[in-house]
Ligand binder design. Structure first.
Ligand SMILES: *[C@@H]1O[C@H](CO)[C@@H](O)[C@H](O)[C@H]1NC(C)=O
Ligand SMILES: *[C@@H]1O[C@H](CO)[C@@H](O)[C@H](O)[C@H]1NC(C)=O
Ligand SMILES: *[C@@H]1O[C@H](CO)[C@@H](O)[C@H](O)[C@H]1NC(C)=O
Ligand SMILES: *[C@@H]1O[C@H](CO)[C@@H](O)[C@H](O)[C@H]1NC(C)=O
Length: 335
């Protein structure tokens, strides 16, 4: 082959010079047109964000907190003057009869906290992982309108989720959602799971007996009502007692184990009762202004534990000598 064969392309027919120039020029125009368009687009975008910044000044957020801070744009209303108030997402993970109803009324007495109740008590919302995540998406977009929702100026928004409402069936997917979404978890459990069991049985009894003038109440707002409900002493089946307590404690352990990689705090009902700092710590955890929280709810079972059970002798001899013996003396429980 000729060593200069490439150069021989010179001889190939090429476009006449004017047409060539025309092409170059058109290409130049095209490039200019594209970049001009991009400039107008960008300046448009810049204009928008500048407008947003003029409306409000987003507060300084430390780098390590960024993934937990949100500026949701609900579709059902405008956050108005508080559109630049950062919102933290939370979930209270708990069990029935562990004080979570009371805890939630305490949180909702704060002007900047909205806790929206047990939204997963409806089966269709927890039927499968996609219905769970879709429900959470709606909630965390602040498009969940309950009486607890304070809308515009909410700074912490969340729900109450019981262990038997689909959490333990889908832990990996839920944990990865909570981490991706920057949701903080408040675990609320009872140390004395024997007292919890008594409360479950008493509450189940009242569902049928309706001791308060024919209405069933799980929570009460007066001492008189509390006394009426506390009169009933459940009988605890000694043959299933230890298994029951073990299952409850295992569910709590499993849950804490699955969720340990989330941002979380562990709270015990007994601590809220005996330690006035516990609720301040919760507010610090949620990064809301700390204040004294109030609830109208009244505690139902205030007496020493032997007075709460019909067959106390049986129960105490069954548990004495086991790992649950410390539930018997009530020393872990200060009224
Ligand atoms: C809390 O709510 C009040 C009243 O709605 C609002 O003025 C204030 O900016 C909110 N504070 C925070 C920290 O979100
Ligand atoms: C999940 O549950 C929802 C609500 O019940 C249902 O409409 C949907 O078809 C289910 N999806 C799957 C993948 O099973
Ligand atoms: C039950 O009804 C009676 C009569 O209406 C009323 O006096 C009493 O306070 C009620 N008790 C409770 C616990 O609601
Ligand atoms: C547990 O058993 C021991 C020894 O049998 C007894 O001394 C103690 O009083 C029992 N405690 C309770 C709470 O029943």
């Amino acid at each position: 082959m000729h060593p200069y064969s490439l150069k021989s392309s010179k001889g190939a027919p090429i476009l006449p010079r004017p047409i060539f120039v025309f092409f170059i020029a058109s290409f130049g125009f095209y490039v200019c047109y594209l970049s001009f368009n991009q400039i107008t687009l960008e300046s448009g975008r810049e204009g928008n964000s500048r407008e947003e910044q003029r409306d409000c000044r987003k507060p300084y957020v430390p780098h390590e907190e960024l993934s937990y801070v949100h500026f949701p744009k609900p579709t059902s209303y405008s956050r108005g003057e508080c559109s630049c108030t950062p919102v933290r997402f939370f979930v209270i993970v708990s069990m029935q009869r562990s004080g979570s109803g009371w805890f939630e009324t305490l949180l909702n007495s704060h002007p900047n906290i909205s806790s929206n109740g047990e939204i997963f008590n409806r089966v269709d919302r927890r039927e499968n992982i996609s219905s769970i995540l879709q429900t959470l998406d709606t909630l965390y977009n602040l498009d969940w309108l309950t009486s607890a929702a304070k809308n515009e100026c909410t700074a912490a928004f969340g729900l109450k989720w019981m262990l038997n409402q689909g959490i333990l069936e889908n832990p990996e997917d839920i944990v990865s959602y909570l981490k991706k979404k920057g949701v903080s978890v408040i675990f609320l459990f009872r140390r004395n799971t024997l007292r919890r069991l008594i409360s479950v049985l008493a509450n189940d009894y009242d569902k049928d007996a309706k001791q308060l003038n024919g209405t069933h109440k799980s929570h009460v707002h007066s001492k008189e009502e509390a006394e009426i409900l506390a009169k009933f002493k459940p009988h605890l089946d000694p043959s299933t007692l230890i298994t029951n307590i073990r299952n409850i404690e295992k569910a709590i352990r499993d849950c804490l184990d699955h969720f340990k990689s989330t941002r979380h705090m562990i709270l015990y009902y007994e601590d809220i009762i005996s330690n006035s700092n516990a609720l301040f710590q919760v507010q610090e955890f949620l990064r809301v202004p700390v204040r004294r929280l109030m609830s109208r709810q009244v505690k139902i079972h205030t007496r020493p534990i032997p007075d709460l059970v019909k067959n106390w002798e049986e129960v105490s001899s069954k548990l004495n000598g086991t790992e649950f013996a410390h539930f018997l003396d009530g020393s872990d429980y200060v009224k």
